[in-house]
Design a protein around this ligand. Sequence first.
Ligand code: LLP
Length: 421
Amino acid sequence: MDHFLYRDGVLHAEDVSIPDIARTVGTPFYVYSAATLRRHFQVFDEALAGMEHLICYAMKANSNVAVLKLMGDLGAGVDVVSGGEYLRAKAAGIPGERIVFSGVGKTRDEMRLALEGGIRQFNLESEPEMRALSEVATSLGVTAPVTVRVNPNVDAKTHEKIATGKSENKFGIPITRAREVYAEIADLPGLEVIGIDVHIGSQLTDLEPFRLAYQKVAELTQALREDGHTITRLDLGGGLGIPYERGNEAPPLPMEYGQVIRETVGDLGCEIEIEPGRLIAGNSGIMVSSVIYLKEGEGRDFLILDAAMNDLVRPSMYDAHHDIVPVFEPEPGVEQRPHDIVGPVCESGDTFAKARNLPPLGPNDLVAFRSAGAYGAVMASEYNSRPLIPEVLVDGDHFAVIRARPTYEEMIARDIVPEWL
Ligand code: LLP
């Protein structure tokens, strides 16, 4: 459920009309709904009710500081994967004890930053990384709370670029080797084992892979306890999928996901952590763009937009589907025709959708890409020297620009021409 609905034939974000925002900030832009973000946090919170838990929002999905502040104010923690994300979380006022550090290649500098600024735990992914953290923590005279990310070798049944839980993926330590790795950590100075971490992939639309992975984590918890480790926290990762194609998809609900957690690891006496990103941010945002031209091709029409693959890369990168709707609702019965919806970037890959049915649209008409709040703005680039597009947050009947569009001058001024040239 989200708060992007037509009212009197005009698409709104909560109580704000999209054309009003477009007049103020120009297109293209991203707009997020605060009510939807809050609701998505709450559905997870309710799904885990009765178990001690912390929802650590995976901020890679949408790391605007305003979004993080909103999540932090709800009591969320965050899952960070870089020094930059750590500092953004801090800038949003999220305390170190609610920040989890994940990622397969944390550098020593990043470890130092987090140990000095405060950290809830590091999710470790390899033996060299454990040794590095042990050295950094020891040199600072502190103890780092750690889990090991185990790779349970389950098929997440999602797009191959976002599956992470099979042994051929670069992530985690094979669960079959976990006991020896935990034994090594116990011998390393500066590290304190507190739990286990697992994350098997993103945009999962089936609960069975979660169930299989969490059952393995439950067995490992018992085994590690027998080995004398203190396991008090289980980080179960993120990955719950969202409906991208309205009417065609119904992925499991957070409540059902919570039930899987309860059934698999609920009786171990552990604090539960989850790291949802997409489900919190994805359907909380849309990208709005204007038509530049309608170009009639052979056997198909091209709708050329002012947004491009550099602004929303998911369709070209993962063949991802985003519903694309006109901002002014078509009258019932209006004839819809198939269009290829494309951007102005000079590659054929700059195609958002093929043969998508749309009512007649022409220059300056507005369209909205749904489900663009996660992995949209954060993955944008300035390819073709197109400045990053602005981000807007709506809350009830008011809105604010939470990241402004840079001017061409600002974009160009970042380059430095050496004196000797
Ligand atoms: N935790 C870890 C360790 C992760 O690697 C990820 C996502 C998450 C949590 C959050 O997963 P989520 O709940 O958002 O599914 N750019 C891709 C998605 C990449 C996901 C990477 N890791 C896309 O646009 O589909």
